[in-house]
Design a protein around this ligand. Structure first.
Ligand SMILES: [Zn+2]
Length: 455
C-alpha cells in the first residue's frame, strides 16, 4: 500500500530532454516507483495529473529566510515559497543571516517540520556588522579572525556555507573575503555573493566573483545577476564572462530573478553613490513599499522624507533593463532564484510569491525564451547537483518525494508590486517529502519540509 499514486502526468526526463507519461508512487516520503502509464498500485490517495507536468519540486537558489521576530516560531515567507512550487530554498544570502542555525533548528522542531526544506547559509555581513566598523571601514586582523570563528561555529552547527553582501558593505575587501573562504575551505562551503558594484564596475565585480572560485576551489554562486548587470547594459558581456569561466569551472554558478526591478532598504549603501547619474534615471524609478507611501512613485522630496523617517523601509527600484533580464533567464546555464523575503510591516517584492510561475508562464510559454524542459532543469536537477543534494531534483525511485504538479498551459504568476498576496495560477499540488503541503493554492498545514544541515 502506497501513500500517494500520481497518475497520467508528464515526467521530465533530463537525459533525453523529453517528457514521459508515467505514474509515480510515493511512500514514506520517498518516490518508491515510477510505473508505465497503465501501471497501477494501491495507494491511500490517488492524484490525477492528466495533462499536467509532474516535476521535481523547484529549488530556489537564492532566497531570504524567515525573520522570526521577537522569538517567534511562526512561519510566514515559507508559505509564499511553497505556493509557487518551491520545495527547497537556499537561504541566508546577500551576507544576511537573520537567525543562527541553532534557532532555525528549534523552529523546525517546535513545528514538527516546515513548509519547505531550508538549506541555510551563514551571513558574513551580519557578523561583521556586530563589530561597529561600519560599511566602509577596514577590519583589523584579530576581528577578522573572530568573524571566521563565528562562521566556523555556524558551519559546525550545519550551515552549508556562507554569503557576502559586498555592495552593502564595500569595506569587505577581496582579500578579506578570500581569507575567510580559505580559512574555512575544509568545510567545502557553498559561497554566495551579492556583487560589489554595478555599471562601470560591473565586469570587475563579475571577475572578482569568478576569481574567488578559481583561487579557492570552492563553489561560488553569483547572486541575482539581473540586479548587477541589467543596469547599464552589461548583461551580454557579463553572461559571456560567466559562461566562459563556468565552462572551465563547474564550481561556479549564477542565478537570476525574473523582474525588472530590485528591492532593498532605502537607507542601503546601494543608494550611497549618485545613483541617478549612475543609472541614468530620476527619482520616479523608486516605489516605496512602506505605509503610507505604498505604491507611490518618488520625487526628490518624498525620497528624502522616507530616507529620513524610515531608512530601513523597503523600496522597489525599476532600474533593470527588461531585455537584459530576459537574456539571463534565457541563458542555457545558470540557475533561478526568487531573492524573496518577507519583512514584517515593510512590504514585499512580488518575486517572493510569483518568481517561478512567472518564469514558466510569461518567459517560457508566452515569450518562448527557452524550452520548458530546459527551464525545469535549471529549477531542479542542476541546482540539486551544484548544492550537493543527491536525493533531490529528479523523479525516480529512491529520490525524496518533493514534487510540484502544474499545468504548463496555464501556469502564471499572480503577485503584483501592489499586492503580493494575489494567487498564482496553474499549480495544482506541491508535495514535500510525500506530504501534500499545498493543494490548489490552499495550504493544508502538512509540514513535510526539513532544515537540511551539513552532514
Ligand atoms: Zn542580494
Amino acid at each position: 500500500m502506497y501513500d500517494i499514486l500520481i497518475t497520467g502526468g508528464m515526467i521530465p526526463d533530463f537525459t533525453t530532454k523529453t517528457f514521459v507519461k508515467a505514474n509515480v508512487a510515493v511512500k514514506d516520503g520517498k518516490i518508491e516507483a515510477v510505473l508505465p502509464e497503465d501501471g497501477f498500485v494501491e495507494a491511500a490517495r490517488v492524484i490525477d495529473a492528466s495533462g499536467k507536468v509532474v516535476s521535481p519540486g523547484f529549488i530556489d537558489m537564492h532566497s531570504h529566510e524567515e525573520v522570526f521576530p521577537d522569538g517567534s516560531t511562526e512561519f510566514d515567507v515559507s508559505k509564499y515559497y511553497l505556493r509557487q512550487g518551491i520545495t527547497t530554498g537556499i537561504c541566508g544570502n546577500c551576507g544576511i543571516e537573520f537567525n543562527p542555525v541553532s534557532y532555525v533548528k528549534k523552529v523546525y522542531e517546535t513545528n514538527g517540520g516546515g513548509y519547505i526544506n531550508y538549506v541555510p547559509l551563514a551571513g558574513y555581513n551580519s557578523f561583521r556588522d556586530e563589530y561597529g566598523f561600519g560599511w566602509y571601514g577596514d577590519v583589523p586582523a584579530d576581528v577578522r579572525a573572530e568573524i571566521i570563528e563565528k562562521l566556523r561555529a555556524e558551519l559546525e552547527d550545519g550551515a552549508w556555507g556562507f554569503s557576502f553582501g559586498l555592495e552593502y558593505c564595500p569595506g569587505i575587501s577581496t582579500e578579506e573575503m578570500t581569507d575567510a573562504v580559505m580559512a574555512l575551505k575544509e568545510y567545502d562551503p557553498l559561497i554566495s555573493i551579492h556583487f560589489r558594484a554595478d555599471t562601470d564596475k560591473c565586469l570587475d565585480s563579475v571577475h572578482e566573483i569568478a576569481d574567488l572560485s578559481k583561487v579557492t576551489g570552492c563553489r561560488v554562486e553569483l547572486s541575482h545577476i539581473g540586479s548587477l548587470a541589467a543596469v547599464g547594459g552589461n548583461m551580454r558581456p557579463s553572461l559571456d564572462i560567466m559562461n566562459e569561466e563556468m565552462s572551465a569551472n563547474p564550481r561556479l554558478g549564477f542565478d537570476v530573478y525574473p523582474y525588472n526591478a530590485f528591492c532593498t532598504e532605502i537607507g542601503s549603501a546601494a543608494f550611497d553613490m549618485d545613483w541617478r547619474a549612475k543609472w541614468n534615471c530620476g527619482y520616479d524609478i523608486i516605489m516605496p513599499l512602506c505605509e503610507p507611501y505604498m505604491g507611490m512613485r518618488c520625487d526628490e522630496a518624498l525620497y528624502n522624507k522616507i530616507l529620513k523617517e524610515q531608512p530601513e523601509a523597503n523600496v522597489v527600484a525599476f532600474a533593470l533593463d527588461e531585455a537584459d533580464v530576459r537574456l539571463a533567464i534565457a541563458d542555457p546555464n545558470g540557475f533561478y532564484g526568487t531573492d524573496g523575503g518577507m519583512f514584517p510591516g515593510m512590504g514585499s517584492h512580488p518575486r517572493t510569491a510569483g518568481s517561478f510561475p512567472r518564469i514558466l508562464g510569461k518567459y517560457v510559454r508566452e515569450e518562448k525564451l527557452l524550452p520548458l524542459i530546459d527551464a525545469l532543469e535549471k529549477l531542479t536537477i542542476r541546482p540539486a547537483a551544484f548544492v550537493g543534494l543527491p536525493t533531490k531534483g529528479d523523479i525516480r525511485p529512491g529520490m525524496d518525494a518533493d514534487i510540484t504538479i502544474f499545468d504548463p498551459d496555464t501556469i502564471l504568476d499572480g503577485a503584483t508590486f501592489l499586492d503580493t498576496s494575489l494567487p498564482n495560477v496553474g499549480i495544482d499540488y506541491v508535495i514535500v517529502a510525500g506530504k501534500v503541503g499545498c493543494d490548489h493554492n490552499e495550504l493544508t498545514g502538512e509540514l513535510g519540509g526539513e532544515l537540511i544541515l551539513r552532514n
